[in-house]
Ligand binder design. Sequence first.
Ligand code: HGY
Ligand code: MN
Ligand code: MN
Length: 411
Amino acid sequence: MATATALQVNCDRMLHRLDQLAQIGSIPGGGVCRLALTDEDKAGRDQVVAWMKALGLTITVDQLGNVVGTRPGLEAGPPVMTGSHIDTVATGGRYDGNLGVLAGLEVIETLNERQIQTRYPLAVAFFTNEEGARFHPDMMGSWVFSGGFPVEAALAEVGTDGTTVAKELERIGYAGTVPCGSQPVKAFVELHVEQGPVLDQERIQIGAVTGVQGMIWQEFTVKGVSNHAGTTPMHLRHDAGYGASAIAVAARQLALEMGGNQVATVGSIQTKPGLVNVIAKEARLTVDLRNTDSALLHQAEAQLNNKIQEIATAEGLEITSRSLARFEPVAFDPAMIDLVAQTAAGLGLSVKHMPSGAGHDAGMIAAIAPTAMIFVPSVDGISHNVKEYTAPQDLENGANILLQVLLKLAL
Ligand code: HGY
Ligand code: MN
Ligand code: MN
């Protein structure tokens, strides 16, 4: 259809929405803090729902607060869906997740302007708690939406501040009634900033994402003995603070020794009582392990657990753990990956097939529908940081590919 391939998004309009949404929960440095189900997340949700309504979309809110805006097609049936998330980490950038949702709205507005009707319905979704920073695990909403996690378990999750998903959904008015898992999807395409350095360093314009790497999040509690930092001989110490630090060093060492795609980090360490002259009696820390290869990821986990047992024995510490998130690597549908790559090439853009280092809602929806992702470069590979930045031309390229891919799937 000649007109369809000539269609372009209105990038200024999309940038304006990105800027408006970034004002909600804005933090110094141009970043955003809209932790899932907080007042800021509510305000962001209300804004996006208002835009969806203005575009004539039919809105559904499911039991976990996942929001889907649907544009009817000439035929009824499962929609071709795009979207992402609008919750952020506490030190978030303005593009992570938000770009995918607002580019979806831009596609809808472009089609509305030209009164283009698609054969199948089109939908734009934002999923609850993709980040998993306040409530674990991450990708919670899309995981429940795609039937991977029981909605009851998700609603009962207790956040880092002691409240539950259920209570917070009620409080912000997004405890919907649509049963989770009741909304079939014909195909799913997510536009997202890469959040890593590959496209930027290799000066490539588009990533045709082949899949999402596996991830394991564990929280360890290290119990030792509080004592005086000055009088206690070193060989008599059971220092939980040292134990936690030794785990952090072991995780990093393990990733460096394994090499390849293995990564590891300790993002959070808290000690009690947390005083300069008191040997810590307790420490709590999180470990994030990831790898594109399932067997290697499990090998990393086993090796780290062995090391942790050695630390516990050597230091006379009691170390327990609880799982916060556990996702196997996901491979996207080859035909969908090719569609992204061919569409990018057709628009004269350079494209690279690559895995995603970050978790994404697409990694969950892939369980119920042919799925693909489109990456655009992150300058210096920075993300989960207020300095996250993607150039307007790259944002426009990504949105135009999203437009063309959705049309090819829905016309
Ligand atoms: O942690 C992740 O990869 C995602 O941002 N939730
Ligand atoms: Mn994201
Ligand atoms: Mn993120």
